[in-house]
Design a protein around this ligand. Sequence first.
Ligand code: SF4
Length: 375
Amino acid sequence: MTADATNLLGLDLDGLVAFCQQLGEKRFRAVQLYRWIHQRGVADFALMTDLAKSLRDKLSGVAVVEGLKVLTEQRSSDGTIKWLFDVGQGDAVEAVYIPEDDRATLCISSQAGCAVGCRFCSTGHQGFSRNLRTAEIVAQLWFAEHLLRKERGSDDRVISNVVMMGMGEPLQNYAALVPALKTFLDDHAYGLSRRRVTVSTSGVVPMIERLREDCPVALAVSLHAPTDPLRDQLVPLNKKYPIKELLAACNAYLSAAPRDFITFEYCMLDGVNDSPDQARELVQLVKGKVPCKINLIPFNPFPASGLLRSPRERVTAFADVLLQAGIVTTVRKTRGDDIDAACGQLAGEVQDRTNAPQRMTRAPVHVHRPSRPSH
Ligand code: SF4
């Protein structure tokens, strides 16, 4: 590979058409190439037998199809698989495959580390190293899909859903994200429906608005608190984009979204955001204001957080308040517990290149534990 060869995993179909046109090739050649790469998982131009030899020769000088190096693979007894990928310079990111009865989901990372610094997230505690390139985002699906097909000895699609919920805040890596989403959706590549591709954000309001214009897929928003003072502590980005602005952006997003509701993620933290009163505040916040589903997530404790998982009874009581108010509520099952693959546990390994002032703001959350009956 020459140092400046283009990694074709980083081009959506329009990008590949433009690239091929620079080589004097027509659009249908780009479509053929795109299908070889994404539908058949082929990286070697010499094996793309229905491409003209002259094109294959041209490509081999200027382009590559280069996946990520796998550092580790862990397989859980429940079928969940977690891969740690090397993205260079001491950074590694994770992707998680989660098979269920009616779907198979790949959770993909968008950044090495994360600058948002949510208090309950182990990625956030590591700081931020860099944005992933489009090729590095797409390579996670390309690798997992074709590995799993090979293991099954079948060309049938394995992964039916993608969630941008791994390491990183996808909307803070917008320019790389959108071409990756387009490749996930494209019928000549993975052909996933917009309803089955979800971007999960901590609430980058201007980028929610742009996503609605550029590539509206399903949206999940990490809410985690019913009030601004508490959300300021849990999701520091709230200081910049408070709840009112966030909910307005969610409502506007629905005009173009493939689903008629927003999913709000709510990580249940013992004594922090899990009281029945806070459930009632949450009802007040969203009921009749934003069509939504609320997904309660059991917290996965890690030592640096200083936080604990809410007891099951407390989660149930919280869910009951929401359900009685007519709000669709689910409690997320934890998956891959034996390989630390659950939400918020994707640690990877990153070199913290967060600048010093940002690093200083990572104070622990103030945990106020109300007295309550023992369980
Ligand atoms: S929850 Fe998401 S946005 Fe918050 S720190 Fe973790 S990766 Fe970043």
